[in-house]
Write a protein that binds this ligand. Structure first.
Ligand code: RP5
Length: 168
């Protein structure tokens, strides 16, 4: 049964939200992915968010752009954690999405990640689930150790080649 619901307002959000799915797959967490527009199909959205907890979802990762109401409205209807992912936009560079998602009124929290922050949204969901799953804590430690080793490798290469010859 899916523990995480990834939901986005449009298929144009998919490349960013796919990064959250990649992380959940890496950690072996079951998830479901949906495209549901809070504005364009409000009744379908309402059913999704209202029934998500009863269907077994523990966390929702919601991504949206422009007047990005999807994450906030998920948080209004779903009693468990909602992670909001603001999409980059061509008009206002994603500040519109960011402010729409992060500026929630008191009582309805949305844990908002960076603009286009699908990867961190996935990792934050893993960390939330790890609160009651020690095997995930161990996997998160391994993930951090791997990142650390990768940075050390780049440092060793920089020292070996010198900055003039360093290529990314
Ligand atoms: C939002 O409007 C979506 O989340 C998307 O980021 C934005 C634009 O949607 P499209 O016009 O690309 O479908 O609801």
């Amino acid at each position: 049964m899916a523990k995480v619901g990834i939901v986005m307002g449009s298929d144009s959000d998919l490349p960013v939200m796919a990064k959250a799915a990649d992380i959940l797959e890496e950690f072996g967490i079951e998830y479901e992915m949906s495209i549901i527009s809070a504005h364009r199909e409000p009744d379908i959205f309402f059913d999704y968010a209202k029934n998500a907890a009863d269907r077994g979802l523990k966390v929702i990762i919601a991504g949206a752009g422009l007047a990005a109401h999807l994450p906030g409205m998920c948080a209004a209807l779903f009693p468990l954690p909602v992670i909001g992912v603001p999409m980059h936009t061509s008009s206002l560079g994603g500040r519109d999405s960011l402010y729409s998602i992060v500026q929630m009124p008191g009582g309805i929290p949305v844990a908002t990640v960076a603009i286009n922050g699908g990867k961190n949204a996935g990792l934050l969901a893993v960390r939330m689930l790890a609160i009651s799953d020690d095997s995930l804590v161990e996997k998160l430690r391994e993930y951090s150790a791997k990142m650390c080793a990768e940075v050390q490798k780049t440092d060793a290469r920089l020292k070996e080649t010198g900055y003039r010859n360093y290529t990314k």
